[in-house]
Design a protein around this ligand. Structure first.
Ligand code: SF4
Ligand code: SF4
Length: 239
């Protein structure tokens, strides 16, 4: 696995994210995630400064590093110009690369994000495509939205969308050339490697739990449904 701190320290987001924390708590005071989750950016800044591989490994296996919304409010107020949000990004990346993300509930949800958003970006050019969003997975959208979806050809034309059309406009079809370019960006930046890692390590975890993982696009398998739906709210809630 290599020395975890060294790997973290080779990430520019980590290097730029911490100049030395005075533990003042300003970042926690402004952090929106700290209002709802059992989470403090101050603690993250404190812990990574210990340069201790055991501490870093615990973070990589924890739910804690997945609570942040990456809004970067912490960066705007820190008197030492630290950015706990950037530290979190570096920790998340390392958690995926080491496969330790499957050791936490929120980490395991990376599989849902990869299949629902990641795959969709590569396939359609959109994070969430209208055609992919099913009411069973987004019940908060409600029956009116479902009616719009069922009647999309007619309704979307009336509101001026260019649904699956060529040229500009909302919900237009993204050209093959642009999709190929997107895939190339994912390839050279390591995004595709992350996708493979998420699928491979999730397969091992699913096996360990005796659940069917399904192929890399499956959104109905037992393991996918489990990671998508399970939420131990009591554990995550701010006490
Ligand atoms: S980036 Fe993360 S840690 Fe920083 S304020 Fe936003 S939610 Fe909190
Ligand atoms: S605001 Fe900056 S210095 Fe203060 S606790 Fe947060 S990271 Fe540390």
């Amino acid at each position: 696995m290599g020395k975890l701190f060294d790997r973290l320290n080779s990430d520019v987001r980590f290097v730029e994210g911490i100049n030395g924390c005075i533990n003042c708590g300003t970042c926690t005071a402004i952090c929106p995630a700290a209002e709802v989750y059992d989470y403090e950016p101050r603690t993250i800044a404190n812990l990574v400064q210990m340069r201790d591989d055991n501490v870093i490994e615990e973070l990589l296996k924890s739910d804690t590093i997945w609570y942040c919304g990456e809004c970067m409010s912490c960066k705007t107020r820190c008197p030492r110009n630290n950015a706990p949000g950037l530290l979190i990004q570096a920790l998340r990346g390392l958690s995926i690369e080491t496969g330790l993300f499957v050791e936490s509930e929120k980490g395991r949800q990376q599989l849902s994000l990869k299949r629902m958003l990641g795959n969709s970006i590569l396939e359609t050019g959109y994070c969430v495509h209208f055609d992919h969003a099913e009411l069973s997975m987004f019940p908060e959208l409600g029956p009116v939205w479902q009616w719009v979806r069922d009647n999309r050809e007619k309704v979307l034309a009336k509101v001026g969308a260019n649904y699956n059309g060529s040229g500009p406009g909302a919900m237009r079809k993204i050209s093959k050339e642009n999709l190929d370019e997107l895939e190339k960006i994912f390839e050279v930046t390591g995004g595709l490697d992350w996708f493979d890692k998420i699928e491979d390590v999730s397969a091992q975890k699913a096996k360990e739990l005796g659940m069917e993982k399904g192929d890399a696009t499956d959104k109905k398998s037992a393991y996918f449904t489990h990671v998508y739906r399970y939420n131990n709210a009591e554990k995550h809630r701010r006490k």
